[in-house]
Design a protein around this ligand. Sequence first.
Ligand SMILES: [Zn+2]
Length: 359
Amino acid sequence: MEYEKYFSKNYYQARQKFRKLSLKNNLKLESKKIIDDLTIDFAFLETQKKEKLLILVSGTHGVEGFTGSAVQLLFLKKIFPKIKEHTSIALVHSLNPYGMRHLRRYNHNNVDLNRNYINNFENIDLDKRTISDIEKHRHMMSPQRPAKSYFTEQLLHYYYIFKTIIKIGTSRVIRATSKGQNIYPNTVAYCGAKKEEETKYLESIIKKITKDYKEVIFIDLHTGTAKRNTLNIYTRNKEYKRKLKKVNKNTYLKDTKTKRGMDYIGGNDKLFLENSKAEKSVELTLEFGPFSRINSLFSIEHTSFLITYENMITFFGPKEKLKKARQKLKERFSPNRKDYKKFVIKKSAFFFEKLFKYF
Ligand SMILES: [Zn+2]
């Protein structure tokens, strides 16, 4: 299948395809080792005149990297040849290689890299209510016992989550589990205690390459927070929000600041905006929806799902036994479905075409 070829079976295959295609297109390639034999790969090519630069990042949430990597491969193959005369490009492949290799959202320190761009860890931007919501529900956020079975584990989580929802309501539960937190290092949305290597590396890239450019667009590729086969585009930039409005059907432009749950701490969008040295900087977060549905009930199920499986992987049981948990995460965030893969490739081709009309 035409669409299938962009998607990889595992992290290594994706990296190999990315490196090969980057070199074929004469991009400069740099590999930054993070842990074991796992690397972030950075491909870069500058035009003579420094006017426009496009930065494309994949795999901030490791397991979502299968989709992000496919979009980057499509970009190199189909879009890059048409724009290389007038636009410099920088591709960061698999920002969280550990997460992509081991099929989970977080890195080897259980840090959510999209919550880790924090300049002062002594003074994290969390409101009191969110902190108390997180603290009050320790049993839900961070169980301190080994998992017995998937079934009992999920059942327990449903019990805790419904109990919590009755007390504080669905939106506060979602907020407490997604905003970012530094209270429980073993559970979801943990922002870490220091800037992780991956974050520092991305920060150094942005500082180094954006200098002297008139306009830079930064795109972070994700797959959560959207219904299957729809694309959500988040930005703070009013001009691009307007420009990209008509990307075509099944695409929704959202304001980063107002969307529930997207108003998180320490994201890559902030990292880019704070460190870009360009005259004009535009940040876009693309979410290629993998979820079968989006509603309150699904949010509850999803919260429970994420806490259960990520917690199990973080600190429960021997690694081999958790194959099933990892596969579940992969199926949820980068589903192995023909319709989804076709959607991702067709939609991103369309998106880039529109983008380069304005950029
Ligand atoms: Zn994500």
